[in-house]
Design a protein. Structure first.
Length: 125
């Protein structure tokens, strides 16, 4: 996330928000934030959301995720919100949303998705 310039903006039980400033380094040829950067912050927000509900000896890995790009990703920054939909001992399912935020705070949903994560034991690595 640091390579992209993203940072954690909110951490709560079962929900995490990540902010990515719109910069040329994360853009594509038409001036929008690249789908890869959009997807990366969505995936990370969901992963961290799942991690908030697990013990300190746990980590998570994404098993699968699906993202729908609904609109060009424009704005001063993007906000990705990961929300746990179904926690589990082994598998957790999260909802993903990414908003483009313009000056003045106007928000537009630019991507939505869902992911499944698996819990792994940190000590077993």
């Amino acid at each position: 996330m640091s390579h992209l310039g993203a940072h954690l903006a909110h951490i709560g039980p079962g929900q995490v928000r990540i902010v990515l400033p719109a910069r040329p380094e994360v853009g594509q040829q038409h001036g929008y934030v690249h789908a890869g950067a959009t997807s990366a912050i969505a995936d990370s927000a969901g992963g961290y959301a799942a991690l908030t509900l697990l013990d300190e000896d746990s980590e998570v890995l994404t098993v699968e995720y699906k993202i729908n790009l609904l609109a060009p990703a424009v704005g001063d920054h993007l906000e990705a919100i990961g929300t746990v939909l179904k926690p589990g001992r082994a598998l957790t399912v999260c909802g993903l949303e990414v908003f483009g935020v313009r000056p003045g705070g106007e928000r537009k949903l630019v991507a939505t998705g869902q992911q499944t994560l698996i819990r792994v034991d940190r000590r077993g690595r």
